[in-house]
Every structure is written in C-alpha cells, then in structure tokens.
Design a protein around this ligand. Structure first.
Ligand SMILES: Cc1cc2nc3c(=O)[nH]c(=O)nc-3n(C[C@H](O)[C@H](O)[C@H](O)COP(=O)(O)OP(=O)(O)OC[C@H]3O[C@@H](n4cnc5c(N)ncnc54)[C@H](O)[C@@H]3O)c2cc1C
Length: 382
C-alpha cells in the first residue's frame, strides 16, 4: 500500500465519510484513516433524525445551513444508497414539543413561536395531542408540532457514505493518527500507527477527539464530548406517530416499530459506560413524555459522544496558519443532519472552489478571545 494520498481524512465517522464521498465524486484520490471502525462512535449511536426546523432554536444562517443540508440529503442519499448497495432507511418524520405548564407554554410560544409561520408547523391543543397519540403524558397541555422532517438509520447512512466513497476510489485504512508532519507552515503528512503517510491536503474529522490535535497544530480546538444515551424499545401496541419531546426527554419512532428513547447526559469526559442510573433516567424520560409505552421491551441500549463547542456551532474550514489543513467537527447533536452539507462545503474548500454557503461563522479561530465558559454550565438540553 502506498504511503501517500492526494487527500487524507482523519476519522471515519459520518463527517469524514461524507467529505470523502464528495471529494471522490470530484475525482480526488482520498484515503480515510480511522482508528476503530467506520461509524463506531457518535455516528453509529445517533438516533438518525434529519431535523432542521424542528431542532434549531433561532432563525438565521445556522437554520439555513441545516435546511440546505436536509434538501441536499434528498438528492445525495439515493446516490450513496445506489453506489453502496446500503439502504439507509430514509423516511418521513415529525416532532411534537410539549408544554406541561402555562409558563412552559408561554416560553415555547415566545422562543419557538416564529416557527408557526412555516408550512407544516402548527400549535396542538391537549385535545389534538390526545387525538394523535393517546399514550402521551396527561401532563401535556399543548405543544408545537413540526411535520415534514426526515430520518435515517444513522449507522447505515454512515456506511453508505463510506461504501459510495470506496466505490468511487476512496481507500479506508485502519490506524491511529498520532501527529502531523509540516514544512514551512504547510502540512505534509501524518504520523500514524501505520507509519508516516504523506499528503499536502489533510482534513481532520475527529469528532469528540478533536481536542487531541491541539498539540499538533499549536492552537486551541475547543471541542468537548457530550455524552448521550438511548434505548431502543419494541412497542407492543401501534407505533407512535411522531417524536414526542419535552426539554431533555424524548421518544422517537423508527422504521419497523422500534422507538428510540433517550436523554442528554452532559459533559462527563470520555466515559461511554452504560450505568444503571442511565437506564433509569431513560425510562424516567419515557414516563415523562409517553408513559403509555413504558411496558415496551428494551432491545438495545447505546451511548455516544456528541462533539460539542462552546457556542453550539460546528467548526468548518481551514486551519489558520497551516496551509493544506482543514477541520470539520463540533456538530454536536446535528451531525447526521449536517453531514450532507458538510461533505459538500469541505470538498469545495479542499478543491479550491467557491463554497455553496459562507463558512465564516464556523471558523476555528472564532473562539480566540471568547470568554472562557465551562461546558458543564450549559443546559444539558442543548
Ligand atoms: C445518542 C446520540 C443521538 C444522536 N442523535 C442525532 C440525531 O438524531 N440527528 C443528528 O443529526 N445528530 C445526532 N447525534 C449527533 C451525531 O451523532 C454527531 O454529531 C455526529 O455523529 C458526529 O460525527 P463525526 O464524524 O464528527 O464524529 P464520530 O462519529 O464520533 O467520528 C469521529 C471518528 O474519528 C475517529 N478518530 C478520532 N481520533 C482519531 C485518530 N487520532 N486517529 C484515527 N481516527 C480517529 C474516531 O474513532 C471516530 O470514528 C446524536 C449523537 C448521540 C450520541
């Protein structure tokens, strides 16, 4: 195997694989270096919701980025499914955000009421909620209903991006990247457990492990792992019709009658252990939003680390002061949603083309001088 590549990508999560697919489509010779297996981390653990409007809390450029990504998924998913032969289980999805008290109702209308101007979004009374899903908690007094969203099986979509990239010539190699090689401010290669691999274009898509590259590039990469856990439940009655969400508790229907229930655990380092406490908190979250499905059979329990930044936006772009170095990380709870647009934008950047959308707001050096803020001070629901 040659120890050089036109473009190297560090990390075989959905972000690295989507970038590899777009670059290969443009004819670039790409190698992904992954230290475990493709989709083994956050991308394989994710619920798989492709949600722009349902999830982004304020209108603006970040909503535009997520909406554009959802539009791009519509075209890209059939392409990668065909090239890879993997069905990503792409399908429709809707979301109901509940309010339990008058105060929560006021907050929801104040913070998310702007969504009501959008087609497919409506305000549900308690009667509407009960009519749609009688097993919803009786504590719900109203809610914001967002239809027209989509979902996939996140692990399958990651494998589909990887398989499609391979079909177009990408090589995937398994090894640990431990450092970089540079000459006169330009990147020239990687130090890895497979030996040195040279390239003058390298994309770092290391998810929650991105902080590990700080010593390599000499500038801060403020990305922290935010633990998330979910359980797959086999519901005995009819499938639930939409995601039912309240603050940090949710149940979400997947294809084949399985429901995913989860919580956001917060910042606990790299601990991926499934604790009894975690199981109990997921079941408490099911009870909180949809107690009528509490008798479901638990078929799986998974944990993963969402790569999170201080300002909740991803980091996308060039690495300042390191010619030929690029970074794509910090996608937090929207990495599956943003994978399509991230692949396109980073590929355009690497190939020296104008990017479809501006990347300025996602620069790595935007954190310079930003007041130090503790990650664990965030509301876990972020
Ligand atoms: C429980 C849960 C539910 C979620 N649900 C959703 C959802 O419904 N919708 C949504 O849009 N997002 C969701 N997310 C978020 C989403 O999963 C992440 O934002 C996304 O997967 C990040 O992708 P990534 O490729 O950056 O990271 P990862 O998938 O973590 O991949 C990074 C890869 O880099 C590799 N790596 C790191 N360091 C090195 C090194 N030095 N050498 C070689 N390889 C290295 C790792 O082994 C890993 O495979 C969820 C996350 C979790 C945990």
């Amino acid at each position: 195997m040659t120890n050089s590549s036109e473009v190297l990508i560090v990390g075989g999560g959905i972000i690295g694989c989507s970038i590899a697919y777009q670059l290969s489509k443009e004819g670039a010779k790409v190698t992904i270096i992954e230290r475990e297996s493709v989709g083994s981390q956050a991308s394989g653990a994710a619920t798989g919701l492709l949600v722009a409007l349902a999830s982004v809390e304020t209108p603006g450029p970040f909503l535009e980025l997520t909406e554009e990504s959802c539009r791009r998924h519509k075209q890209i998913i059939p392409e990668v499914e065909e090239l890879s032969g993997i069905d990503s289980q792409y399908g429709d999805f809707s979301w109901l955000e509940l309010a339990f008290t008058e105060e929560e109702e006021k907050d929801l209308k104040r913070d998310l009421g702007w969504k009501l101007d959008t087609p497919g979004v409506s305000w549900f009374t308690d009667e509407d909620i009960r009519k749609m899903e009688p097993r919803t908690t009786p504590k719900a007094r109203s809610g914001l209903y967002v239809s027209g969203q989509a979902q996939v099986d996140a692990y399958r979509l990651t494998l589909a991006f990887a398989g499609a990239a391979e079909a177009l010539g990408t090589t995937i190699r398994y090894g640990d990247v431990t450092g970089i090689k540079t000459r006169s401010g330009r990147i020239t290669g990687l130090e890895t457990s497979l030996g040195e691999i040279s390239s003058d274009k390298i994309v770092f898509a290391m998810g929650s492990w991105s902080k590990g590259m700080e010593d390599w590039i000499g500038i801060p990469v403020p990305v922290e792992p935010m633990k998330g856990q979910s359980m797959h439940l086999e519901v005995s009655g009819p499938p639930i019709p939409c995601m039912i969400h309240h603050i940090s508790s949710y149940v979400a229907p997947k294809l084949g009658g399985v429901v995913v229930a989860g919580t956001y655990d917060g910042f606990m380092g790299y601990d991926l252990t499934i604790h009894e406490k975690g199981k109990a908190s997921i079941l408490a979250s099911v009870e909180e939003v949809c107690p009528g499905v509490l008798d479901s059979r638990v078929v799986n329990h998974i944990t993963g680390l969402r790569p999170s930044t201080r300002d909740l936006l991803p980091i996308l772009g060039v690495i300042p002061g390191l010619e030929g170095g690029y970074i794509a990380t910090g996608h937090r709870r929207l990495g599956i949603t943003l994978s399509a647009i991230t692949g396109e934008l980073i590929s355009q950047l690497v190939l020296g083309k104008p990017t479809r959308l501006p990347l300025d707001a996602y620069r790595l050096d935007r954190f310079d001088g930003m007041e130090e803020q503790q990650f664990d001070s965030f509301d876990a629901a972020h």
